[in-house]
Design a protein around this ligand. Structure first.
Ligand code: CMC
Length: 429
């Protein structure tokens, strides 16, 4: 067995930590005995070098720009698959046969509708709420409907929860939008595909059915495949950590949605469009580039940079091409925001600041332009990311719950506060 020796140079005491190897990626040092043997913790704020679990779902090579779902390259899945098939793959590890896919689709369709009681929750939200806040609330509330019926230790129950979540997310998301714009609740349709159904719930009215636009559906399908899963990012780690306490899966996912909302994570797609709108014209780009580089200015180039990718995010490449195809097909190829984005990317990729720090466009740099072209309102961008990512969250949750020795997650800390001291009464302070 290969090991790493860790020596406390103050005492000379050493331990041998086993080196573990995965299928791909850097080896890891198994330091689980560190505290027991040396009385020390590792210190790794933001978990920059910590592998928190073993997983068979997704592999990322950030230096080479590779992303695999269950071993399949993201490029091949985006080209040949569809979102629901990718859901099956992520959940169960293999591509489905025709019969398996029919059974899976049927199962999803069975769960698309929401309990009518849940619909009343919407009315309690403020008229101008951000739909992500509605999503957090309504998905959290889902756990109240399936609490008694759910045995967290039964794999069949866990699977049913996963199907329910994937099936209901489009209904919840689309109707957050309908509530905010004062439109009536639209019921799901099981006679159309998953993505078509999402669009018809967002865009149809009782007096005006949504006409399915194949080009739009294809673009959204690709976007959803690219956003379906991304290993141990902040929102997925939140879901896993919450799930490790054996909490209800819908509550865990509500935590994941809350985490995704932030602009450093899924909220970036919305932030990119706001940034492009603020730049307004290609001639203003140089001025903004200076701001993005200025350490005294908190403004960052949104949609650029990634904790793991130190190369072009493979999803950004696909989405950039898809953006081109969509705008051409819709006859809006001269979309000003797309022009600004492409020029911004060109300038940033030639700038030493971005080159030295290996900052490349990430998945969110172009996804907002696609969503805008599909007439999806800006505040719904991160919501659609959440719909797509729900399969990633539940796949990771199911994998964790299937572990033989599941233990509650509990990071440690380096305490730097006051030493023990005695209470002083208010009069004497
Ligand atoms: N614009 C300008 N400078 C940047 C940017 C950026 N977008 N991203 C990183 N940097 C700089 C940062 O200032 C630091 O510089 P220095 O070494 O001189 O202090 C260096 O690059 C390393 O940055 P970091 O913040 O330590 O990197 P991180 O791994 O902690 O953060 C990130 C990754 C994605 C949060 C960050 O790159 C960022 O804020 N990007 C913009 C927001 C964004 O697009 N988020 C979407 C991520 S992809 C989708 C998702 O995860 O949901």
């Amino acid at each position: 067995m290969d090991t790493v020796t860790i020596t406390d140079n103050r005492t000379g005491k050493s331990i041998e930590c086993p080196i573990k190897q995965g299928t791909h990626g850097p080896d890891v040092i198994d330091c689980q005995t560190l505290y027991k043997e040396l009385g020390m913790f590792t210190f790794d704020p933001a978990f920059v070098t910590t592998a928190s679990c073993e997983s068979k779902i997704t592999f990322i090579d950030g230096d080479k720009g590779i992303l695999l779902y269950r071993g399949y390259p993201i490029e091949q899945l985006a080209e040949n698959s569809n979102y629901l098939e990718v859901c099956y793959l992520l959940l169960y590890g293999e591509l489905p046969t025709t019969t398996e896919m029919e059974g899976f689709t049927d199962n999803i369709n069975r769960h698309t509708i929401l309990n009518e009681g849940l619909l009343r929750f919407y009315n309690g939200f403020r008229h101008n709420a951000h739909p992500m806040s509605i999503l957090v609330g309504v998905v959290g509330a889902l756990s109240s409907y399936y609490y008694d019926a759910m045995d967290i230790n039964d794999p069949e129950h866990r699977n049913r929860s996963a199907l329910r979540l994937i099936a209901k997310m489009p209904t919840i998301a689309a109707n957050s939008h309908n509530y905010l714009i004062g439109h009536p609740y639209v019921y799901p349709r099981n006679d159309v595909g998953y993505v078509e159904n999402l669009m018809q719930m967002m865009f149809s009215m009782p007096n005006r059915p949504y006409e399915i636009n194949e080009v739009a559906v294809k673009a959204l399908e690709i976007m959803m495949i690219l956003h379906a899963e991304h290993e141990q990012n902040a929102s997925t780690s939140t879901v896993r950590l919450a799930g490790s306490s054996q909490a209800h899966p819908f509550s865990c996912v509500a935590g994941g949605i809350a985490t995704l909302w932030g602009p450093a994570h899924g909220g970036a797609n919305e932030a990119v469009i706001r940034m492009l709108q603020e730049i307004g014209d290609v001639k203003n780009i140089p001025k903004y580039i200076e701001r993005f580089k200025d350490k005294n200015d908190p403004t960052r180039l949104m949609g650029f940079g990634h904790r793991v990718y130190k190369n072009y995010d493979p999803r950004a490449k696909i989405i950039r091409n898809s953006c081109h195809d969509l705008l051409n097909a819709l006859g809006t190829a001269d979309q000003p925001l797309f022009e600004i984005a492409m020029e911004l990317e060109r300038i940033a990729l030639e700038d030493d600041y971005f080159i030295e720090r290996k900052l490349y466009p990430n998945v969110d740099f172009y996804s907002g332009i696609i969503l805008s072209a599909l007439d999806i309102p800006l505040n719904m961008f991160t919501v659609l990311f959440a719909v797509a990512r729900s399969v990633g969250w539940v796949s990771q949750w199911m994998e964790m719950m299937n572990e033989e020795n599941l233990r509650i997650g509990r990071p440690r800390q380096l305490y730097i506060g006051a030493s023990q001291r005695d209470y002083v009464s208010m009069k004497q302070r």
